[in-house]
Ligand binder design. Structure first.
Ligand SMILES: Cc1cc2nc3c(=O)[nH]c(=O)nc-3n(C[C@H](O)[C@H](O)[C@H](O)COP(=O)(O)OP(=O)(O)OC[C@H]3O[C@@H](n4cnc5c(N)ncnc54)[C@H](O)[C@@H]3O)c2cc1C
Length: 305
């Protein structure tokens, strides 16, 4: 009998994947387990494999992939569900090379059909859904919300110690991020800024609107990463945070599919953009075509008590 193994360093996503793996295993008559590295995480329902090593595995993707490959060597072939986080993507890529397996990226609605794993992924900024398949055993990268946590299953933990793990990547220094009050994942209202802003100082216009709306500030990748105007914790999209607020206001954001992938579960999307052809208007519920430098002060004034 083959097995389904899930892994994510993000505790919430790990729970979701455990539920997804259990559901998939139930339908295909396989065994499901969740991998946790280094130290137990409480509470975690279902079969947990605690992977430990002589040196901490930590957040080193090479060591995690090596440990997961070691698990296959001792326990036999496995299909992996890995959380589609930044670390998860690195782990999946390395593991795929080590085990010669295929990877399905950003898939939901997983099924096992005739020796294949199939899943659904978004295409063209969410306008199409593509069903993709990979010959078993393989790896699926599953985004947050791609499966359901299942609280019911009783916990059981098996410790597996792996030795001889090697990494060519050395972590020279690990520093905690500065404490941040940004909680985009759970925010009900988000005002997000993009490259339509000409300079960092102008973000004050969006901050004022966010304050008037009781919203949290977020950003497209150029602002949170390339330009560094805001920290990484503001980064929304495929390679950042997936959000699902009741209200998402996108200002000066063009709406490329990598950004839209992270916002499509928002209830209401409002877009402000000077280009009426901008793709963001195709996913927006309400659109304002115009210059953000004119619109934002007017909108904020209108919302003031
Ligand atoms: C592998 C990969 C992963 C990526 N992951 C992400 C991700 O997770 N998140 C993400 O956001 N991006 C991601 N990107 C980048 C993405 O492809 C886009 O480049 C990015 O989202 C564009 O950001 P933007 O909309 O802010 O900028 P732009 O595309 O430059 O858009 C700026 C918009 O502002 C409008 N504008 C300009 N001036 C004004 C004005 N005065 N008033 C109103 N509107 C104005 C313009 O019309 C334009 O539509 C990724 C790219 C790759 C290759």
């Amino acid at each position: 009998m083959s097995q389904i193994i899930s892994f994510s360093e993000d505790p919430e996503l790990s729970l979701e994947l455990a539920g997804g793996a259990a559901a998939l295993a139930g339908r295909s008559g396989q065994k499901a387990s969740t991998v946790i590295v280094d130290t137990p995480r409480e509470p975690h329902p279902g079969q947990v494999i605690l992977l430990t090593s002589d040196t901490p595995i930590g957040g080193n993707y090479e060591l995690i992939a090596g440990a997961l490959a070691g698990l296959v060597a001792t326990k036999g072939p496995a299909t992996f569900l890995i959380g589609a986080t930044r670390l998860g993507r690195q782990v999946a890529a390395k593991l795929a090379v080590m085990l010669g397996m295929g990877v399905l990226s950003d898939v939901r609605d997983l099924r096992i059909e005739q020796e294949e794993l199939t899943g659904v992924r978004e295409a063209y900024a969410g306008r199409f859904k593509a069903r993709v398949a990979c010959v078993l055993p393989c790896i699926a990268l599953v985004p947050p919300g791609g499966s359901e946590a299942e609280p019911g299953a009783p916990p059981s933990v098996e410790e597996v110690r792996v030795s001889g793990l090697r990494s060519r990547v050395k972590y020279l220094e690990v520093r905690p991020k500065s404490a941040s009050s940004v909680d985009l994942k759970n925010a009900e209202r988000i005002v997000a800024v993009g490259r339509g802003f000409k300079k960092k100082e102008d973000l004050i216009l969006a901050e004022k609107l966010a304050k008037a709306l009781g919203a949290v500030l977020g950003a497209s990748r150029p602002l949170s990463s390339d330009l560094g105007w805001l920290g990484e914790e503001y980064h929304i999209g495929l390679t950042g945070i997936y959000v699902k607020p009741k209200l998402y206001v996108a200002i000066g954001i063009s709406g490329q599919l990598q950004h839209v992938a992270g916002i499509k579960d928002s209830k209401v999307i409002v877009a402000i953009n000077s280009d009426r052809q901008a793709p963001i208007f195709q996913v927006a519920d309400y659109g304002i075509v115009g210059d953000l430098y004119v619109i934002l002060p007017t909108l904020t004034r209108g919302l003031a008590p």
